[in-house]
Design a protein around this ligand. Structure first.
Ligand code: FAD
Length: 270
């Protein structure tokens, strides 16, 4: 948001992709005491303040999850479900992936394991799918898959009650890994094994180098310099994604720097 506000201030056309809830973290934050100008504010209140600010600046949040960002030479192609959007520069502020990949997840990615229901659901039309959802927001994806697939099994990796239609089978067991066997995928849990065609592992954020091929990372974080530039010209990063400490004010500051750098980059292109 901070990056979007600064880029708009610099007269750049901004496409802000994400969620109107802002982020799972801000919804969960009980009370934030160290954000300047907003003393002892609840996460939901802070999100509201940010939404108002965006609205005043004429910026709307486009609901959508980016599946991949491809460098196309002088522009970037962003895959959002079945749609493609183009941008001259990209600022990544996707937060950090807290969870380690499940055993088998990385090995089977693109071979029966997917991070994007909207992108890959057509591959499983009439077949079975399992969804490993790391936040209640992923339930919408399971519902969407249940309209396309013959059956859907949902493994919630959170405590909240699920709110899913009966046709989605909910299994509250700790997932321990994914394996491939005779053309099928098997979701292994502490209590059993579940055979399926496709496994969707849906987290708030995917590993950044999976999102942007060729992006240099250090563990879960994207490597950036003080201008928030990544190793890929035209790609900038800000927030938790660039490393510790995980703080709102740091994320906002980095978003500001990333947007100024992106604006300079765009001006140079011209
Ligand atoms: C319970 C809790 C309490 C906290 N309390 C404090 C506090 O008191 N003070 C403080 O400074 N910090 C606090 N934090 C830390 C703070 O929440 C983070 O530092 C901050 O949210 C980082 O912002 P971010 O924009 O980098 O990432 P996030 O807030 O994680 O936002 C990333 C956004 O990107 C979206 N996204 C991810 N991938 C994609 C994609 N492929 N396509 C489209 N959108 C995508 C996500 O849905 C999300 O909306 C707290 C965190 C938690 C969990």
């Amino acid at each position: 948001m901070s990056a979007a506000l600064t880029a708009a201030n610099r007269n750049k056309t901004v496409l802000l992709l994400g969620s109107r809830d802002m982020s799972e973290k801000i919804v969960k934050a009980h009370e934030i005491r160290n954000y300047p100008g907003l003393p002892a504010v609840k996460g939901t209140e802070m999100a509201e303040a940010f939404r108002n600010h965006l609205e005043k600046a004429g910026i709307t949040i486009t609901e959508g999850r980016v599946g991949a960002v491809y460098a196309m030479g002088d522009y970037f192609a962003l895959q959002i479900g079945e749609e493609m959007r183009e941008a001259k520069a990209v600022i990544l502020a996707t937060g950090v992936v807290n969870a380690n990949p499940l055993p088998g997840e990385k090995e089977l990615l693109g071979r029966g394991v997917s991070y994007c229901a909207t992108c890959d659901a057509p591959l499983y039309r009439g077949k079975s799918a399992a969804v490993i959802g790391y936040s209640p927001r992923e339930e919408a994806e399971a519902v969407f898959l249940s309209e396309v697939c013959s059956d859907v099994t949902y493994f919630p990796v959170y405590r909240e009650e699920t709110n899913l239609p009966e046709k989605v089978q909910v299994i509250r067991e700790k997932v321990t890994g994914i394996v491939q066997e005779g053309g099928k995928r098997i979701v292994r849990t502490e209590n059993g094994e579940y055979r399926t065609d496709g496994v969707f592992v849906l987290r708030e954020a995917v590993a950044p180098d999976n999102l942007v091929p060729g992006l240099e990372t250090e563990g879960a974080h994207v490597k950036v310099n003080r201008k928030m530039e990544t190793n890929l010209p035209g790609v900038f990063a800000a927030g938790d994604l660039t490393g510790l400490p995980y703080q709102y004010v740091k994320a906002a500051g980095e978003g500001n720097v990333a947007a100024i750098s992106a604006a300079q980059y765009l001006d140079q292109l011209r």
